[in-house]
Write a protein that binds this ligand. Sequence first.
Ligand code: NAD
Length: 408
Amino acid sequence: MSDQPGAPSALIGIPKELGDGELRVAMTPAALGPLLKGGVRVVVESGAGVAAGFPDSAYTDKGATIGSRDEVFAADVVASVRVPEGADADRVRAGQVVIGMATPFATPEAVQVLAEKGATLFALELVPRTTRAQAMDVLSSQANVAGYKAVLLAASALPKVYPLLTTAAGTIPPAKVLIIGAGVAGLSAIATARRLGSVVEAYDVRPAVKEEVQSLGARFVELPLETGQEGSGSGAYAQQMSEETLKKQQELLAKTVAASDVVITTAQVQGKKAPVIVTSEMVAQMAPGSVIVDLAAEQGGNCEATVAGQTTDVGGVKVIGPVNLSATIPTHASLMYAKNVANFLQLMVADGGVHPEVDDDIVRETMVSRGGQIVHARVREALGQEPLAAPAPPAEPEPADTPEEVAE
Ligand code: NAD
Protein backbone atom coordinates (compact mmCIF):
# COMPACT_ATOMS: atom_id res chain seq x y z
CA MET A 1 0.00 0.00 0.00
CA SER A 2 1.47 3.34 -1.15
CA ASP A 3 5.10 2.26 -1.37
CA GLN A 4 5.59 2.44 -5.15
CA PRO A 5 8.54 4.62 -6.09
CA GLY A 6 7.34 8.23 -6.25
CA ALA A 7 3.97 7.43 -4.59
CA PRO A 8 3.17 9.34 -1.40
CA SER A 9 3.76 7.31 1.74
CA ALA A 10 0.77 5.64 3.44
CA LEU A 11 -1.45 7.85 5.55
CA ILE A 12 -2.77 6.77 8.94
CA GLY A 13 -5.91 8.57 10.15
CA ILE A 14 -6.80 9.00 13.83
CA PRO A 15 -10.43 10.02 14.37
CA LYS A 16 -11.94 11.64 17.43
CA GLU A 17 -13.91 9.03 19.38
CA LEU A 18 -17.62 9.76 19.40
CA GLY A 19 -18.87 6.98 21.72
CA ASP A 20 -20.62 7.81 25.00
CA GLY A 21 -18.05 8.60 27.69
CA GLU A 22 -15.21 7.64 25.35
CA LEU A 23 -12.45 10.09 26.26
CA ARG A 24 -9.52 8.08 24.96
CA VAL A 25 -7.67 8.59 21.69
CA ALA A 26 -5.97 5.90 19.62
CA MET A 27 -2.70 7.79 19.09
CA THR A 28 -0.68 10.02 21.37
CA PRO A 29 2.14 12.39 20.44
CA ALA A 30 4.59 10.15 22.31
CA ALA A 31 3.71 7.08 20.22
CA LEU A 32 4.11 8.81 16.84
CA GLY A 33 7.93 8.66 16.63
CA PRO A 34 8.52 5.06 15.51
CA LEU A 35 5.66 5.21 12.99
CA LEU A 36 6.89 8.40 11.35
CA LYS A 37 10.40 6.95 11.30
CA GLY A 38 8.94 4.02 9.35
CA GLY A 39 8.09 6.54 6.62
CA VAL A 40 4.30 6.71 7.02
CA ARG A 41 2.31 9.89 7.63
CA VAL A 42 -0.27 10.44 10.37
CA VAL A 43 -3.29 12.76 10.26
CA VAL A 44 -5.16 13.36 13.52
CA GLU A 45 -8.68 14.76 13.57
CA SER A 46 -8.70 18.20 15.14
CA GLY A 47 -9.51 17.90 18.84
CA ALA A 48 -9.19 14.10 18.88
CA GLY A 49 -6.77 14.08 21.81
CA VAL A 50 -8.10 16.98 23.85
CA ALA A 51 -10.23 14.94 26.29
CA ALA A 52 -7.22 12.73 27.00
CA GLY A 53 -4.94 15.73 27.56
CA PHE A 54 -3.28 15.95 24.13
CA PRO A 55 -3.99 19.19 22.23
CA ASP A 56 -3.56 19.41 18.45
CA SER A 57 -0.27 21.29 18.87
CA ALA A 58 1.26 18.34 20.77
CA TYR A 59 0.71 16.16 17.67
CA THR A 60 2.01 18.70 15.16
CA ASP A 61 5.10 19.23 17.36
CA LYS A 62 5.88 15.53 16.88
CA GLY A 63 5.33 15.54 13.11
CA ALA A 64 1.66 14.61 12.57
CA THR A 65 -0.79 16.81 10.71
CA ILE A 66 -4.22 17.88 11.91
CA GLY A 67 -7.18 17.35 9.60
CA SER A 68 -10.94 17.09 9.32
CA ARG A 69 -12.93 13.91 9.98
CA ASP A 70 -13.30 13.50 6.21
CA GLU A 71 -9.53 13.64 5.73
CA VAL A 72 -8.99 11.12 8.52
CA PHE A 73 -11.48 8.67 7.02
CA ALA A 74 -9.92 9.12 3.56
CA ALA A 75 -6.59 7.78 4.90
CA ASP A 76 -5.15 4.37 3.94
CA VAL A 77 -5.45 3.22 7.55
CA VAL A 78 -7.96 4.30 10.20
CA ALA A 79 -6.79 3.52 13.74
CA SER A 80 -9.29 4.16 16.50
CA VAL A 81 -10.23 3.04 20.00
CA ARG A 82 -13.63 1.72 18.90
CA VAL A 83 -13.83 0.64 15.27
CA PRO A 84 -16.13 2.80 13.11
CA GLU A 85 -19.86 2.18 13.36
CA GLY A 86 -23.04 3.79 12.03
CA ALA A 87 -22.29 6.75 9.75
CA ASP A 88 -18.55 6.21 10.23
CA ALA A 89 -18.82 2.59 9.07
CA ASP A 90 -20.43 3.94 5.87
CA ARG A 91 -17.27 5.95 5.19
CA VAL A 92 -15.05 2.86 5.22
CA ARG A 93 -14.02 1.77 1.73
CA ALA A 94 -12.74 -1.40 0.14
CA GLY A 95 -9.10 -2.13 0.87
CA GLN A 96 -8.90 0.37 3.72
CA VAL A 97 -7.14 -0.94 6.82
CA VAL A 98 -9.18 -0.46 10.00
CA ILE A 99 -7.60 -1.08 13.40
CA GLY A 100 -9.24 -0.84 16.81
CA MET A 101 -11.31 -2.59 19.45
CA ALA A 102 -14.21 -4.30 17.70
CA THR A 103 -15.71 -6.67 20.35
CA PRO A 104 -15.82 -9.32 17.61
CA PHE A 105 -17.58 -11.95 19.73
CA ALA A 106 -20.05 -9.67 21.52
CA THR A 107 -21.07 -7.75 18.38
CA PRO A 108 -20.04 -9.86 15.38
CA GLU A 109 -22.77 -8.22 13.25
CA ALA A 110 -21.02 -4.83 13.49
CA VAL A 111 -17.82 -6.49 12.35
CA GLN A 112 -19.70 -8.06 9.44
CA VAL A 113 -20.78 -4.58 8.29
CA LEU A 114 -17.12 -3.51 8.01
CA ALA A 115 -16.24 -6.79 6.31
CA GLU A 116 -18.92 -6.19 3.67
CA LYS A 117 -17.46 -2.74 3.05
CA GLY A 118 -14.27 -4.54 2.04
CA ALA A 119 -12.22 -3.30 4.99
CA THR A 120 -9.11 -5.14 6.11
CA LEU A 121 -10.18 -5.13 9.73
CA PHE A 122 -7.96 -5.84 12.73
CA ALA A 123 -9.68 -6.35 16.10
CA LEU A 124 -7.00 -5.67 18.69
CA GLU A 125 -8.78 -7.85 21.25
CA LEU A 126 -7.61 -10.81 19.16
CA VAL A 127 -3.89 -10.12 19.57
CA PRO A 128 -2.53 -13.52 20.67
CA ARG A 129 -1.23 -14.01 24.19
CA THR A 130 2.38 -14.63 23.36
CA THR A 131 5.43 -12.95 24.80
CA ARG A 132 6.16 -11.12 21.53
CA ALA A 133 2.59 -9.80 21.36
CA GLN A 134 2.50 -8.47 24.91
CA ALA A 135 3.42 -4.94 23.81
CA MET A 136 0.32 -4.88 21.57
CA ASP A 137 -2.15 -6.37 24.04
CA VAL A 138 -4.89 -3.78 24.50
CA LEU A 139 -6.92 -6.02 26.79
CA SER A 140 -4.01 -6.07 29.23
CA SER A 141 -3.17 -2.40 29.05
CA GLN A 142 -6.76 -1.30 29.52
CA ALA A 143 -7.48 -3.92 32.21
CA ASN A 144 -4.57 -2.57 34.24
CA VAL A 145 -6.20 0.85 34.41
CA ALA A 146 -9.67 -0.60 35.05
CA GLY A 147 -8.45 -2.72 37.97
CA TYR A 148 -6.94 0.34 39.61
CA LYS A 149 -10.06 2.44 39.10
CA ALA A 150 -12.38 -0.31 40.42
CA VAL A 151 -10.67 -0.08 43.81
CA LEU A 152 -11.14 3.70 43.86
CA LEU A 153 -14.82 3.38 42.92
CA ALA A 154 -15.32 0.94 45.77
CA ALA A 155 -13.40 3.20 48.16
CA SER A 156 -15.62 6.17 47.47
CA ALA A 157 -18.82 4.10 47.80
CA LEU A 158 -17.68 2.38 51.02
CA PRO A 159 -18.78 4.01 54.29
CA LYS A 160 -15.46 2.92 55.82
CA VAL A 161 -11.77 3.67 55.36
CA TYR A 162 -9.41 1.12 53.81
CA PRO A 163 -6.40 1.25 56.17
CA LEU A 164 -5.96 0.36 59.79
CA LEU A 165 -6.25 3.60 61.78
CA THR A 166 -4.89 3.83 65.29
CA THR A 167 -6.09 7.12 66.71
CA ALA A 168 -6.84 8.71 70.08
CA ALA A 169 -10.49 8.15 69.24
CA GLY A 170 -10.02 4.44 68.86
CA THR A 171 -8.67 1.84 66.50
CA ILE A 172 -10.33 1.20 63.17
CA PRO A 173 -9.63 -2.19 61.59
CA PRO A 174 -8.62 -2.30 57.93
CA ALA A 175 -11.27 -2.97 55.30
CA LYS A 176 -11.41 -6.48 53.85
CA VAL A 177 -11.25 -6.59 50.09
CA LEU A 178 -11.85 -9.74 48.04
CA ILE A 179 -10.75 -9.83 44.41
CA ILE A 180 -12.32 -12.56 42.28
CA GLY A 181 -10.33 -13.25 39.12
CA ALA A 182 -6.62 -12.55 39.45
CA GLY A 183 -5.79 -11.80 35.82
CA VAL A 184 -4.46 -8.43 34.68
CA ALA A 185 -7.32 -6.33 36.14
CA GLY A 186 -7.44 -8.41 39.31
CA LEU A 187 -3.71 -8.13 39.99
CA SER A 188 -3.86 -4.38 39.42
CA ALA A 189 -6.78 -4.18 41.86
CA ILE A 190 -4.91 -6.24 44.44
CA ALA A 191 -1.88 -3.95 44.22
CA THR A 192 -4.04 -0.82 44.53
CA ALA A 193 -6.12 -2.14 47.44
CA ARG A 194 -2.93 -3.14 49.25
CA ARG A 195 -1.39 0.30 48.70
CA LEU A 196 -4.49 1.81 50.30
CA GLY A 197 -3.93 -0.33 53.37
CA SER A 198 -6.74 -2.88 53.14
CA VAL A 199 -6.46 -6.59 53.87
CA VAL A 200 -6.76 -8.33 50.52
CA GLU A 201 -7.81 -11.83 49.54
CA ALA A 202 -7.97 -13.07 45.98
CA TYR A 203 -9.38 -16.05 44.18
CA ASP A 204 -8.91 -17.38 40.68
CA VAL A 205 -9.83 -20.63 39.07
CA ARG A 206 -6.29 -20.88 37.66
CA PRO A 207 -4.11 -22.04 40.57
CA ALA A 208 -1.05 -20.84 38.63
CA VAL A 209 -1.73 -17.27 39.81
CA LYS A 210 -1.35 -18.12 43.51
CA GLU A 211 2.27 -16.98 43.69
CA GLU A 212 1.57 -13.69 41.89
CA VAL A 213 -1.27 -12.98 44.32
CA GLN A 214 0.94 -13.71 47.30
CA SER A 215 3.81 -11.64 45.95
CA LEU A 216 1.47 -8.63 46.02
CA GLY A 217 0.75 -9.21 49.71
CA ALA A 218 -2.69 -10.78 49.36
CA ARG A 219 -3.94 -14.15 50.62
CA PHE A 220 -4.87 -16.62 47.91
CA VAL A 221 -8.25 -18.22 48.59
CA GLU A 222 -8.04 -21.91 47.78
CA LEU A 223 -11.23 -23.78 47.12
CA PRO A 224 -11.35 -27.57 47.19
CA LEU A 225 -12.80 -27.64 43.69
CA GLU A 226 -12.17 -30.72 41.57
CA THR A 227 -11.62 -28.71 38.40
CA GLY A 228 -8.54 -30.57 37.15
CA GLN A 229 -7.65 -28.62 34.03
CA GLU A 230 -11.25 -27.46 33.58
CA GLY A 231 -10.62 -23.85 34.48
CA SER A 232 -7.27 -23.36 32.78
CA GLY A 233 -7.65 -22.70 29.11
CA SER A 234 -5.09 -22.25 26.38
CA GLY A 235 -3.13 -19.08 25.68
CA ALA A 236 -3.38 -17.88 29.33
CA TYR A 237 -7.18 -17.53 29.18
CA ALA A 238 -9.56 -19.36 31.50
CA GLN A 239 -12.06 -21.81 30.07
CA GLN A 240 -15.76 -21.93 30.64
CA MET A 241 -16.57 -24.23 33.57
CA SER A 242 -19.52 -26.57 33.86
CA GLU A 243 -22.69 -25.40 35.65
CA GLU A 244 -21.99 -27.95 38.35
CA THR A 245 -18.49 -26.68 39.07
CA LEU A 246 -19.69 -23.06 39.06
CA LYS A 247 -22.38 -23.94 41.58
CA LYS A 248 -19.86 -25.61 43.86
CA GLN A 249 -17.61 -22.57 43.48
CA GLN A 250 -20.45 -20.26 44.56
CA GLU A 251 -21.14 -22.37 47.65
CA LEU A 252 -17.49 -22.48 48.67
CA LEU A 253 -16.95 -18.75 48.15
CA ALA A 254 -20.11 -17.64 49.96
CA LYS A 255 -18.49 -17.30 53.41
CA THR A 256 -15.50 -15.32 52.12
CA VAL A 257 -17.81 -13.00 50.18
CA ALA A 258 -20.03 -12.47 53.25
CA ALA A 259 -17.02 -11.50 55.37
CA SER A 260 -15.74 -8.90 52.85
CA ASP A 261 -16.38 -5.16 52.88
CA VAL A 262 -15.53 -4.90 49.20
CA VAL A 263 -15.72 -7.51 46.45
CA ILE A 264 -14.20 -6.72 43.07
CA THR A 265 -14.99 -9.25 40.37
CA THR A 266 -12.97 -9.47 37.18
CA ALA A 267 -13.54 -13.05 35.99
CA GLN A 268 -13.94 -13.48 32.27
CA VAL A 269 -13.79 -16.21 29.70
CA GLN A 270 -12.83 -14.90 26.28
CA GLY A 271 -15.66 -14.86 23.76
CA LYS A 272 -18.22 -16.09 26.31
CA LYS A 273 -20.66 -14.55 28.78
CA ALA A 274 -18.91 -13.94 32.11
CA PRO A 275 -19.46 -16.67 34.73
CA VAL A 276 -21.86 -15.83 37.58
CA ILE A 277 -19.77 -16.24 40.71
CA VAL A 278 -21.62 -14.05 43.24
CA THR A 279 -25.30 -14.97 43.42
CA SER A 280 -28.04 -12.75 44.84
CA GLU A 281 -28.19 -15.01 47.93
CA MET A 282 -24.48 -14.37 48.48
CA VAL A 283 -25.05 -10.60 48.22
CA ALA A 284 -27.83 -10.90 50.81
CA GLN A 285 -25.30 -12.39 53.26
CA MET A 286 -23.02 -9.33 53.04
CA ALA A 287 -23.19 -6.60 55.68
CA PRO A 288 -25.13 -3.46 54.70
CA GLY A 289 -22.71 -0.81 53.45
CA SER A 290 -20.56 -3.38 51.62
CA VAL A 291 -19.69 -2.74 48.00
CA ILE A 292 -19.34 -4.94 44.93
CA VAL A 293 -17.66 -3.59 41.80
CA ASP A 294 -18.28 -5.90 38.87
CA LEU A 295 -15.71 -5.36 36.14
CA ALA A 296 -17.39 -8.05 34.04
CA ALA A 297 -20.62 -5.99 33.90
CA GLU A 298 -20.36 -5.52 30.13
CA GLN A 299 -19.98 -9.26 29.59
CA GLY A 300 -23.11 -10.07 31.61
CA GLY A 301 -21.60 -9.68 35.08
CA ASN A 302 -19.96 -11.95 37.65
CA CYS A 303 -22.63 -10.91 40.15
CA GLU A 304 -26.24 -11.87 39.57
CA ALA A 305 -27.44 -8.47 40.81
CA THR A 306 -25.24 -6.40 38.48
CA VAL A 307 -26.86 -3.98 36.03
CA ALA A 308 -24.32 -2.73 33.49
CA GLY A 309 -23.79 1.01 33.73
CA GLN A 310 -25.68 1.33 37.02
CA THR A 311 -25.27 1.16 40.78
CA THR A 312 -27.92 -1.04 42.37
CA ASP A 313 -28.78 -1.14 46.07
CA VAL A 314 -29.41 -4.72 47.17
CA GLY A 315 -30.46 -4.72 50.82
CA GLY A 316 -27.92 -2.00 51.63
CA VAL A 317 -25.13 -3.54 49.52
CA LYS A 318 -24.07 -1.35 46.60
CA VAL A 319 -23.52 -3.31 43.41
CA ILE A 320 -21.64 -1.18 40.88
CA GLY A 321 -21.56 -2.29 37.23
CA PRO A 322 -19.16 0.08 35.49
CA VAL A 323 -18.85 0.11 31.72
CA ASN A 324 -15.77 1.17 29.81
CA LEU A 325 -13.97 2.01 33.04
CA SER A 326 -10.53 2.51 31.49
CA ALA A 327 -11.95 5.45 29.48
CA THR A 328 -12.40 7.31 32.79
CA ILE A 329 -8.60 7.54 33.09
CA PRO A 330 -8.11 8.74 29.51
CA THR A 331 -4.56 10.09 29.64
CA HIS A 332 -2.84 6.95 30.83
CA ALA A 333 -5.28 4.58 29.14
CA SER A 334 -4.58 6.39 25.83
CA LEU A 335 -0.81 6.43 26.38
CA MET A 336 -0.81 2.65 26.71
CA TYR A 337 -3.42 2.02 24.00
CA ALA A 338 -1.54 4.21 21.52
CA LYS A 339 1.70 2.38 22.23
CA ASN A 340 -0.12 -0.92 21.62
CA VAL A 341 -1.48 0.44 18.30
CA ALA A 342 1.89 1.82 17.20
CA ASN A 343 3.64 -1.47 18.05
CA PHE A 344 1.01 -3.40 16.13
CA LEU A 345 1.18 -1.09 13.10
CA GLN A 346 4.95 -1.36 13.05
CA LEU A 347 4.60 -5.05 12.19
CA MET A 348 3.07 -3.97 8.88
CA VAL A 349 4.94 -0.75 8.12
CA ALA A 350 7.86 -0.93 5.69
CA ASP A 351 9.31 1.60 3.23
CA GLY A 352 6.54 4.10 3.84
CA GLY A 353 3.81 1.55 3.14
CA VAL A 354 1.42 -0.48 5.28
CA HIS A 355 1.35 -4.18 4.37
CA PRO A 356 -1.49 -6.17 5.95
CA GLU A 357 -0.43 -9.18 3.87
CA VAL A 358 2.88 -9.45 5.79
CA ASP A 359 3.73 -12.98 6.95
CA ASP A 360 3.44 -12.48 10.71
CA ASP A 361 1.44 -14.63 13.13
CA ILE A 362 0.27 -11.66 15.23
CA VAL A 363 -1.04 -9.82 12.17
CA ARG A 364 -2.67 -12.98 10.84
CA GLU A 365 -4.41 -13.89 14.11
CA THR A 366 -5.71 -10.36 14.68
CA MET A 367 -7.17 -9.98 11.17
CA VAL A 368 -10.96 -10.29 11.15
CA SER A 369 -11.88 -9.45 7.57
CA ARG A 370 -10.23 -9.00 4.19
CA GLY A 371 -11.47 -8.78 0.62
CA GLY A 372 -15.14 -8.61 1.63
CA GLN A 373 -15.26 -11.64 3.91
CA ILE A 374 -14.61 -12.58 7.52
CA VAL A 375 -11.32 -14.47 7.61
CA HIS A 376 -11.09 -15.18 11.36
CA ALA A 377 -12.31 -18.72 12.13
CA ARG A 378 -13.86 -18.00 15.55
CA VAL A 379 -15.58 -14.82 14.35
CA ARG A 380 -17.02 -16.77 11.39
CA GLU A 381 -18.29 -19.30 13.90
CA ALA A 382 -19.86 -16.52 16.02
CA LEU A 383 -21.68 -15.35 12.87
CA GLY A 384 -22.82 -18.86 12.01
CA GLN A 385 -20.67 -18.88 8.85
CA GLU A 386 -19.05 -21.99 7.45
CA PRO A 387 -15.25 -22.26 7.94
CA LEU A 388 -13.23 -20.95 5.02
CA ALA A 389 -11.63 -23.58 2.85
CA ALA A 390 -7.96 -24.02 3.79
CA PRO A 391 -5.65 -22.50 1.16
CA ALA A 392 -4.39 -25.10 -1.28
CA PRO A 393 -0.81 -26.24 -0.56
CA PRO A 394 1.76 -24.84 -3.01
CA ALA A 395 1.93 -26.94 -6.15
CA GLU A 396 4.84 -29.37 -6.42
CA PRO A 397 7.30 -28.25 -9.10
CA GLU A 398 6.97 -30.30 -12.31
CA PRO A 399 9.70 -32.99 -12.37
CA ALA A 400 12.34 -32.16 -14.92
CA ASP A 401 12.30 -34.67 -17.83
CA THR A 402 15.88 -34.57 -18.96
CA PRO A 403 19.23 -33.64 -17.48
CA GLU A 404 19.44 -30.85 -20.12
CA GLU A 405 16.27 -29.26 -18.77
CA VAL A 406 17.67 -29.33 -15.24
CA ALA A 407 20.78 -27.61 -16.45
CA GLU A 408 18.65 -24.84 -17.97
P1 NAD B 1 -9.46 -12.45 31.59
O1 NAD B 1 -9.83 -11.01 31.58
O2 NAD B 1 -9.90 -13.33 30.47
O3 NAD B 1 -10.02 -13.09 32.96
C1 NAD B 1 -9.70 -12.53 34.22
C2 NAD B 1 -9.41 -13.61 35.22
O4 NAD B 1 -10.61 -14.30 35.57
C3 NAD B 1 -8.44 -14.71 34.73
O5 NAD B 1 -7.33 -14.75 35.59
C4 NAD B 1 -9.28 -15.97 34.77
O6 NAD B 1 -8.52 -17.11 35.14
C5 NAD B 1 -10.30 -15.62 35.83
N1 NAD B 1 -11.51 -16.46 35.79
C6 NAD B 1 -12.25 -16.86 34.74
N2 NAD B 1 -13.30 -17.60 35.14
C7 NAD B 1 -13.24 -17.66 36.49
C8 NAD B 1 -14.04 -18.28 37.49
N3 NAD B 1 -15.13 -18.98 37.20
N4 NAD B 1 -13.66 -18.11 38.78
C9 NAD B 1 -12.55 -17.41 39.10
N5 NAD B 1 -11.75 -16.82 38.21
C10 NAD B 1 -12.10 -16.94 36.92
O7 NAD B 1 -7.91 -12.68 31.73
P2 NAD B 1 -6.75 -11.60 31.70
O8 NAD B 1 -6.76 -10.84 32.96
O9 NAD B 1 -6.83 -10.82 30.46
O10 NAD B 1 -5.44 -12.51 31.63
C11 NAD B 1 -5.36 -13.80 32.11
C12 NAD B 1 -3.90 -14.27 32.15
O11 NAD B 1 -3.23 -14.07 30.94
C13 NAD B 1 -3.08 -13.52 33.19
O12 NAD B 1 -2.38 -14.47 33.94
C14 NAD B 1 -2.13 -12.69 32.41
O13 NAD B 1 -0.90 -12.50 33.08
C15 NAD B 1 -1.95 -13.50 31.17
N6 NAD B 1 -1.63 -12.63 30.03
C16 NAD B 1 -0.60 -13.00 29.20
C17 NAD B 1 -0.30 -12.18 28.12
C18 NAD B 1 0.80 -12.53 27.19
O14 NAD B 1 1.54 -13.46 27.46
N7 NAD B 1 0.93 -11.80 26.09
C19 NAD B 1 -1.02 -11.02 27.89
C20 NAD B 1 -2.06 -10.70 28.74
C21 NAD B 1 -2.35 -11.53 29.82
